[in-house]
Design a protein around this ligand. Structure first.
Ligand SMILES: [Zn+2]
Length: 325
């Protein structure tokens, strides 16, 4: 099946499109309908990571890490008991119960788009969170695997009608254009087209719910953006603070944990500006390591919480947080 990736988002190539609202049968890789949910605390806020699903990638290159020599990459991965083949990238959504209501950080792909994603909705049901209880959705960027969950597919109606939807102004302006310029990516045309279609649907559905954020000031109690362009023009990391506890959500600053902490200079096909993407990655990993901040990531292996250790100049390691029940 011609499943391909966008911004690490697997979307179906045009030739493979089936009715958008009919999940395809996938006997070999059937996933449970109830997603994995990891519980933790941010200060006194109950918090969760819901696993929206996985993005299968039969081979990493050239979509991911095109600059790496195949030999060097294979050796780096073998050192970690991994291979460049048959990757399943996690799609993680943060859920925080704040005094102002439930806040989502990113929203996954949405229901019925691919057979291996779209499980956020069920996860919220399991937690007893109704769509109307979600009061804010903080998007790192407008790719389908992060913003697609804000709408019902394929109609494009709002999935969380009571939520303010936050997006950087730069991101909203970029995707709001009739023809966003994706010429600096190396994505196939069908994937570019799908990305634009979904972003347009998301922005259209958001309407008055959309709040375009400029700068790095707090825009919701405890939440601020950190400017981190390159993957997309308006991509942002999210710094979430409650009392003395802080969590830095990297968004799509890192896609392949096993390679990009050690080699932040390795990029991916959907990046609109590779030099900016590299600079954003190095800067955020420096901050996280220097300030000993706990991190979360859109595509770190579920649940994707941990810390960053600095090994050398522009060389880092991901230290996953031990699972705690
Ligand atoms: Zn992504």
């Amino acid at each position: 099946m011609g499943t391909v990736l966008l911004g690490s988002a697997p979307v179906l190539a045009c030739t493979d499109l089936v009715a958008d609202n009919q999940p395809q049968a996938s006997p070999a890789k059937a996933q449970p309908t109830t997603p994995e949910i990891y519980s933790f605390q941010l200060g006194d806020w109950p918090a969760y990571v819901i696993h929206d699903g996985t993005l299968p990638s039969p081979t990493l290159q050239p979509f991911f890490l095109p600059e790496a020599s195949a030999t060097e990459l294979a050796a780096l991965l073998a050192d970690q008991f991994l291979s460049p083949d048959n990757w399943n990238l996690s799609v993680n959504v943060l859920v925080l119960r704040t005094p102002q209501g439930v806040v989502l950080v990113d929203s996954g792909m949405g229901v019925g788009v691919t057979p291996t994603t779209g499980r956020l909705k069920r996860g919220l049901e399991v937690l007893g969170i109704a769509p109307d209880q979600v009061k804010a959705i903080v998007l790192s960027h407008a790719h389908p695997d992060h913003a697609g969950g804000t709408i019902h597919h394929p109609q494009g109606l709002p999935a969380f009608p009571q939520a303010r939807i936050f997006l950087s102004k730069a991101e909203a302006d970029f995707w709001g254009a009739d023809q966003p310029d994706l010429s600096t990516t190396t994505l196939p045309e069908a994937i570019k087209k799908n990305g634009i279609t979904v972003a347009h649907k998301v922005l259209h559905a958001a309407g008055d719910q959309l709040h375009k954020v400029e700068g790095e000031e707090e825009f919701w109690p405890g939440f601020r953006y950190l400017t981190a362009p390159g993957h997309t023009p308006g991509h942002r990391a999210v710094k979430i603070s409650n009392g003395s506890d802080t969590l830095l959500y990297l968004g799509d600053t890192v896609h392949i944990h096993a390679a990009q902490f050690a080699h932040p200079e390795w990029t991916m096909a959907a990046d609109t500006n590779r030099q900016d993407a590299i600079a954003s990655r190095v800067s955020l990993l420096e901050q996280a390591a220097g300030q000993r901040l706990r991190i979360a990531g859109g595509h770190l292996p579920f649940p994707g919480l941990g810390h960053v250790k600095k090994l050398a100049d522009r060389q880092f390691a991901f230290v996953p947080q031990p699972w705690s029940a």
